[in-house]
Design a binder for this molecule. Structure first.
Ligand code: PAP
Length: 353
């Protein structure tokens, strides 16, 4: 990678390519009309706004407006690299790894912007940061991230042929991670989160922001089967077992493989260690800093770091609840080739092509 393609990542606001005009009222009204026709279900809190079902998936009004706007306006480029996940499946980790890989010619791990900005501030989030008609997109930035399901991606992403990295995770840990995260966010907004058992029922019915979880995974898996070279499929549990292997795989897929000199100098190892849960969660910026600081959407970076463990569900769900989620996942995914048995939810074949 040439260093000029990464130095822009630190550009100031005033150096960016586009300026945002005010959002047009007509656009907001247009989405309001669409949204008023959609099926609704209650979210994971008492007296909180509903979730809307759009193109088969559930969203809060805030995310749905962003998705509708991104579908209308976002212009992808063939050189983009899209990091995709359903919520709480390893996005923060994947963003840190991809950013450290992409910027390594300009910054080593002692000077990387990840030391002073959380991973979510280093890579823009499509449906929030890039959804407007005149996006503030820095045209040099190749990395972006989204939770949008494959079948709802803006058409320009599909047409561009850009690379996609997808990360998924055992649904039992996804549920627990989501429950703790959503509980904190809702409490912060002044809502009383539902008890775990009630949220679990909703999760099993597929009702969660960006859910059903299994349909999200299946959508990208089918796309992977159709476009094998375009999509890299990663699994959180496998990455925990052999992060170094997947860091090299990710770099290769992104088009920035580690050179033999870099291998000799241990660059891939350093990135692996730098981005591990222990190190990242203990950086001051992630302990006490804020994501989207100085905006109305500011949120503590530490909300994205909880335990970072495989199998924490066992501390919170009964074996019956675990078996129920495994059963749903198996039923939904078995014929897809992604998993051949419920055992593989936890132990998939290494790095499916
Ligand atoms: P997001 O969808 O809000 O972006 P996401 O990063 O996908 O969240 O998921 C958060 C989970 O990843 C948390 O899992 P837990 O609740 O089971 O602990 C979080 O702790 C974990 N996580 C964050 N950073 C890392 C990391 N560097 N390595 C491994 N796991 C991580």
């Amino acid at each position: 990678m040439d260093s000029s393609s990464s130095s822009h990542l630190l550009k100031n606001e005033d150096e960016k390519v586009h300026e945002d005009p005010p959002i047009k009222d007509a656009t907001v009204n247009k989405y309001g009309e669409i949204m008023s026709t959609l099926p609704r279900e209650k979210d994971w809190a008492k007296s909180c706004d509903d979730l809307y079902q759009y193109q088969g998936f559930w969203y809060t009004g805030f995310f749905l407006e962003g998705i509708l706007s991104a579908q209308d306006h976002f212009k992808a480029r063939s050189t983009d690299i899209l990091l995709v996940s359903c919520m709480k499946t390893g996005t923060t980790w994947l963003k840190a790894l991809a950013f450290a890989i992409f910027t390594r010619a300009s910054f080593d791990t002692s000077s990387n912007p990840l030391l002073s900005k959380g991973p979510h501030d280093c890579i823009p989030f499509l449906e929030v940061d890039l959804a407007q008609e005149y996006s503030r997109r820095d045209m040099e930035i190749q990395l972006l991230n989204t939770h949008i399901p494959y079948t709802s991606l803006p058409k320009s992403i599909i047409d561009s042929g850009c690379k996609i990295v997808y990360i998924w995770r055992d649904p039992k840990d996804v549920f627990i991670s989501t429950w703790f995260y959503v509980g904190k966010v809702l409490a912060f907004m002044g809502f009383e989160p539902l008890p775990m058992e009630e949220s679990f029922e909703l999760f099993c019915r597929g009702i969660l922001t960006y859910g059903p979880y299994w349909d999200h995974v299946l959508g990208y898996w089918k796309a992977k089967l159709e476009f094998p070279d375009r999509i890299l499929f990663l699994k959180y549990e496998e990455m925990q077992k052999d992060t170094y292997f997947y860091v090299k795989k990710l770099a290769e897929f992104m088009g920035y493989p580690f050179t033999s000199l870099e291998e000799e100098n241990g660059v891939a190892h350093k990135i692996t260690e730098f981005c591990n849960f222990e190190n990242l969660s203990n950086l001051q910026v992630n302990k006490s800093g804020k994501h989207r600081e100085n905006t109305p959407m500011a949120i503590d970076n530490n909300i994205f770091f909880r335990k970072g463990k495989v199998g924490d569900w066992e501390n919170h769900l009964t074996p019956e609840m675990g078996a129920r989620l495994d059963g749903i996942m198996k039923h939904k995914l078995m014929c897809s080739g992604l998993i051949a048995s419920s055992h593989e939810i936890l132990c998939p074949p290494k790095c499916p092509k």
